[in-house]
Design a protein around this ligand. Structure first.
Ligand code: BMA
Length: 331
């Protein structure tokens, strides 16, 4: 087990964990009891996937994408003692304080990320506005009340992911400009803000590359600060004869100038291969949205949506992931 302290962050001794299966040398391995959240955990849900979890009061809290049986996409709050068994509220989050112009045009919320930043938990998600997708932003102190801010960007945009601290004195966010449909392109960009309201100084971070990440890419969980750079887990998409295939990879971004990519995995870390990743409402999707990390041991628990239907869990060691990313890098 790695003992050096690479992660710049808090210890999380109660992180959900399962050792790598005997005989495997993969840098990322699946939880043997996946999916961790079934599609019908609440009676009204069609599917629960692409969801975000975070440590909260020595336990865990989260914001979940539940598509209901009318196939409305909304965000629900949830809590867990162990990160494995979740209680999800029966009703969607009622976001307070949104400007009427923003609220009136809402047609759905999906793919949340949750980020602890300074004194509160921020939620970013893909937010419908004027019939188009863009990045919604809100905060909560307690996972009871949520206060919505302005959308971060103009449409069309998806996969907005905050950094967990200011960089060069500014709030920082990754995003993926898109179109309004099943976007056949997509690069990751970096933007900064003095106040969480005005976003600018946009910089290109990464473009699609070969193979599993050849069509489009998008940031996944909130980046993890390490002595080797920001560890970014992301999704990459390949267009096959049978449609899109979503896999998971990793990159190391420069700590002070995160739009500079230092290393990036040529092979995927996880691709849809298990039944629950290959069969569902949208087949062949592995879509990471959250990661828990224990700085003391470097243990990582990655939550990902599987086949747009259920939520699954995978594990890794940060040090091994960094070594793998460096040794198998595109750049
Ligand atoms: C993307 C998003 C995700 C989804 C993925 C695969 O465009 O809509 O929510 O998981 O497609 O369908």
């Amino acid at each position: 087990m790695p003992q050096k302290r690479t992660v710049i962050g808090d210890d999380l001794p109660n992180i959900p964990w399962e050792d790598r299966p005997a005989g495997s040398s993969d840098p990322v391995w699946r939880y043997s009891r996946n999916p961790v959240i079934p599609r019908d955990l609440i009676p009204t849900s069609n599917s629960i996937f692409n969801s975000a979890v975070i440590p909260f009061k020595n336990k865990f809290a989260g914001v979940f994408r539940c598509d209901d049986k009318c196939r409305r996409m909304q965000l629900y709050r949830g809590e867990s003692d162990d990160g494995l068994n979740w209680r999800i509220s029966p009703d969607p989050i009622d976001f307070k304080g949104a400007d009427q112009e923003i609220a009136a045009y809402n047609y759905g919320r999906y793919d949340p990320r949750v980020c602890w930043l300074e004194d509160r938990y921020y939620v970013t998600w893909c937010n419908g506005y004027a019939g188009y997708p863009t990045i919604g932003l809100a905060y909560t102190y307690d996972f009871e009340e949520f206060f919505q801010l302005e959308n971060a960007f103009l449409p069309f945009n998806r996969n907005g992911v905050l950094f967990p601290r200011k960089i060069r004195g500014k709030y920082a966010m990754l995003s993926r400009p898109s179109d309004m449909g099943h976007t056949p392109f997509g690069d990751i960009f970096y933007s900064e803000s003095p106040d969480m309201l005005h976003w600018g100084r946009h910089r290109l971070v990464m473009r699609p590359a070969g193979g599993w990440q050849s069509t489009k890419i998008g940031a996944g969980p909130v980046p993890i600060e390490t002595s080797e750079g920001w560890l970014l887990i992301y999704h990459g998409v390949l267009t096959s004869c049978n449609g899109f295939v979503y896999s998971m990879g990793a990159a190391l971004l420069d700590l002070d100038e995160p739009w500079k990519v230092r290393y990036r995995t040529a092979p995927y870390l996880l691709s849809p291969q298990k039944d629950y990743e290959c069969v569902g409402d949208v087949p062949n999707v592995v879509f990471p949205c959250a990661a828990l990390c224990d700085a003391a041991t470097g243990r990582l628990a990655i939550y990902y949506g599987a086949a747009d239907t259920v939520t699954a869990l995978a594990f890794a060691y940060v040090d091994e992931l960094i070594d793998f990313t460096k040794e198998n890098s595109l750049c």
